[in-house]
Design a binder for this molecule. Structure first.
Ligand SMILES: [Ca+2]
Ligand SMILES: [Ca+2]
Ligand SMILES: [Ca+2]
Length: 527
């Protein structure tokens, strides 16, 4: 590989304005500087715009710890105990009635119940309403009317609490989609059989595909009840409508949106941050009264374009629901919840890890595992757990000096230009580099450029020379340290596997190499 493809230290300083362009430069060098000036833009182009980060945290609910609340809880303990007795009795009765109603049914999940059997399940539906009553939901105002299933076979609803499925059970006894292992659960499984769930194995793409087909088949067959979906796929605190999964929309059939609200002063029945359903249930049952409102919105019929593009259809419905609820739409999804949990373990401010993951999935096809790796990396760089990385943190983590190139990479990450990189910017920056179509090719080119004798491995000298060319001020011990980091098996040379694995795990270094050597991809290939 010609040495001209390695960045010349003087050129860096000239381009950075550190030294005057030397008049003694040969014509070729002057052209190099011009090329550098022109290519100040990052060699892979600019990373896609992220748009402003939502200020809403749909997964957080502050705990109410006022003295008044505590006193009220103590005062209502006898009522709580009474309610628990009622609840347990209702559950037991419900269980028995379902077992009776399903007598003689061998495959409740695959064949619609006949009229008689559905009628016999009304006892259980009434029981579900009584359960809501024991939770303090005495009167539930309902606005609008559910459409007949022939007009809208699918109902979609926002999801805040375990309270909304209980209401849906009472009001519709619909078909729902549920994890297949839930059917095997001791008591819950029997209730799910009454709902004739569409079982899905969450980890299997084939199973999810199969479930999508099942939703469609049941939706078009009037022998089945309504198909009911919570397209957000997880619960929120009700302050936003988050990203929708397309399961309810891909059949291309009319849907009826239904919205639930829980007006409250003291206890929001959402699970967010509140310590699980039993804790929420305890708080609900130590209130005199709880409030819930339900509203059925007009049926939405998809346009031809929306039938072809379920994402567009889902988006229209979700905007409609958000506007009726008076909340914003965000691109959060379940991965944000998982990342927030991981962030808490890493002592990162939980709100910072909410990146609106649906947007990351769309832009970069990122998955949870990669995002979690990047979160760990971010947390190592952000040693003060402040939720942001400064230029100093960045250089310290990379163990590189402050040059025009490292600064360029920092700015590539710092999309909003506020001088710090938050996790969302970090994730997008790393994803932009590592998911770029030229990523693998660039690693290859960088390896070739470094392997000056072309023997297929990088010696200590070769690595040192390349690093020196990029960072003339980098002291020898640091160069040595970087070499040792690359040489995982400590055999004194860096193999292609070691080099490529390192850059795949640490795309920020490849970004620095690209900034330092913008012509890397244009360099002529070795024969
Ligand atoms: Ca920033
Ligand atoms: Ca070599
Ligand atoms: Ca090695």
């Amino acid at each position: 590989m010609a040495s001209s493809s390695l960045v010349d230290g003087t050129a860096v300083e000239e381009a950075a304005g550190i030294v005057e362009p030397s008049t003694a430069n040969k014509e070729g060098d002057a052209t190099d500087v011009l090329v550098r000036e022109k290519s100040r833009e990052f060699p892979l182009g600019d990373s896609p715009s992220l748009g402003p980060q939502s200020t809403v945290n749909p997964f957080h609910e502050p705990k109410n710890k006022s003295v008044l609340q505590l006193l009220k809880t103590l005062l209502l303990l006898p009522l709580f105990l009474l309610r628990v007795v009622c609840l347990v009795t209702l559950m037991a009765l419900g269980y028995v009635f379902i077992r009776l109603a399903l007598l003689g049914v061998s495959d409740p999940l695959f064949k619609p119940f006949n009229r008689f059997r559905r009628a016999s399940l009304w006892t259980v539906r009434a029981g579900a309403r009584a359960v809501l009553f024991t939770m303090g939901y005495y009167y539930i105002p309902v606005k609008g009317r559910p459409a007949h299933r022939s007009q809208a076979p699918i109902i979609v609803c926002n999801h805040i609490s375990f309270v909304d499925p209980i209401f849906v059970f009472y009001r519709h006894l619909p078909v729902i989609v549920s994890a297949k292992e839930n059917v095997e659960m001791p008591i819950v499984g029997v209730f799910l059989k009454a709902l004739q769930i569409i079982p899905v194995d969450r980890v299997s793409a084939e199973s999810r595909h199969h479930a999508a087909g099942n939703i469609r088949r049941r939706a078009i067959d009037n022998k089945w009840p309504h198909v009911m979906l919570f397209p957000e796929g997880t619960t929120t605190n009700g302050q936003a409508i988050i990203s929708f999964k397309t399961g309810a929309f891909s059949p291309g059939l009319p849907v009826q949106p239904m919205i639930v609200r829980y007006p409250h002063k003291h206890v929001n029945p959402c699970w967010a941050d509140q310590g699980g359903p039993l804790v929420v249930l305890f708080h609900l049952m130590t209130q005199f009264v709880n409030y819930m409102e339900v509203e059925y919105l007009p049926v939405v019929v998809p346009t031809l374009k929306e039938i072809r593009d379920p994402h567009e259809y889902a988006d229209r419905v979700r905007r409609m629901m958000a506007s009726h609820l008076g909340v914003s739409c965000t691109d959060h999804n379940f991965v944000d919840v998982r990342l927030a949990l991981a962030a808490r373990k890493l002592q990162q401010p939980a709100g910072q890890s909410l990146v609106e993951f649906a947007c990351m999935e769309k832009l970069f096809h990122l998955n949870f595992a990669t995002a979690q790796d990047y979160l760990t990396k971010f947390s190592e760089m952000d040693h003060l757990h402040s939720g942001v990385i400064t230029m100093q943190d960045f250089l310290k983590a990379l163990d590189l000096p402050h040059t025009q190139d490292t600064e360029q990479v920092f700015h590539l990450f710092d999309k909003n230009g506020d001088g710090q990189i938050n996790f969302r910017e970090f994730l997008a920056g790393l994803a932009f580099v590592s998911k770029h179509t030229s990523f693998a090719q660039t690693i290859k080119a960088a390896f070739k450029a470094c392997d000056s004798n072309g023997d297929g491995v990088l010696s200590r000298d070769e690595v040192a020379r390349s690093l020196h060319n990029m960072f003339p001020e980098l002291p020898d011990p640091k160069i040595s340290h970087l070499f040792d980091t690359l040489d995982l098996d400590h055999n004194g040379s860096v193999s292609w596997e070691e080099f490529s694995n390192f850059l795949q795990r640490n795309p920020e270094y490849l970004a620095v190499i690209m900034a330092a050597r913008p012509n890397l991809l244009k360099a002529p290939e070795e024969p």
